[in-house]
Write a protein of this length. Structure first.
Length: 186
């Protein structure tokens, strides 16, 4: 694409949830063999054509069961959900989100976006000049029974909620794929 020098209207196709002439770009490369993220497409609406703006406007879409990388960086994020329902992990907290929910992520807060059973899309404007994301230490929920042999094992009929009674947050370097996308589904 060449730099846009004139006012432009880019038409939206609601049937395919795409903008005319805006191709998907790779979310990022897989530095760890494909374990850091799954099913994410990135569309740059402003910034890919060399527009003289101080920001880039991106649309991310995550396929059902997919997730973004668990990352942190020195810049803040502003995110507006526009399609589907999903979850956002902000530090140790997990929040359900739906269209028109707004998410502010301060600098250095670890975060991840997780799709549910439908495509999950959001707009994310960022500074044109910014730092690169870095992997964050991954919070992993494990039943107490897996860490403390002295504790009673959880009943197989009782479904434990991550972060709820019977769970303890432990940090390690596992990816969301290791956890399983179903881990975050109820």
């Amino acid at each position: 694409m060449t730099a846009r020098s004139r006012p432009t209207v880019v038409r939206f196709d609601p049937q395919h949830f795409r903008w005319a002439g805006v191709p998907p770009k790779p979310y990022r490369s897989h530095p760890d063999g494909g374990r850091a993220w799954k099913g994410v497409e990135r569309f740059v609406l402003v910034g890919a054509a060399g527009e003289p703006t101080a920001f880039h406007l991106r649309y991310f879409e995550i396929a059902p069961g997919g997730y973004s990388s668990w990352e942190r960086h020195r810049h803040a994020h502003a995110v507006l959900v526009v399609r589907g329902r999903g979850r956002v992990r902000l530090g140790k907290a997990v929040h359900r989100v739906r269209p028109m929910d707004f998410i502010y992520i301060p600098a250095e807060v670890p975060h991840q976006f997780i799709a549910g059973r439908q495509p999950f899309g959001f707009l994310c404007p960022v500074d044109a000049v910014r730092d690169r994301p870095r992997p964050a230490a991954r919070p992993v929920a494990r039943p107490h029974s897996q860490r403390s042999p002295g504790r009673r094992a959880a009943s197989s009929r009782r479904r434990l909620r991550p972060g709820g009674p019977g769970w303890l947050w432990v940090y390690d370097e596992l990816s969301a794929r290791d956890l399983g996308a179903q881990f975050w589904e109820r």
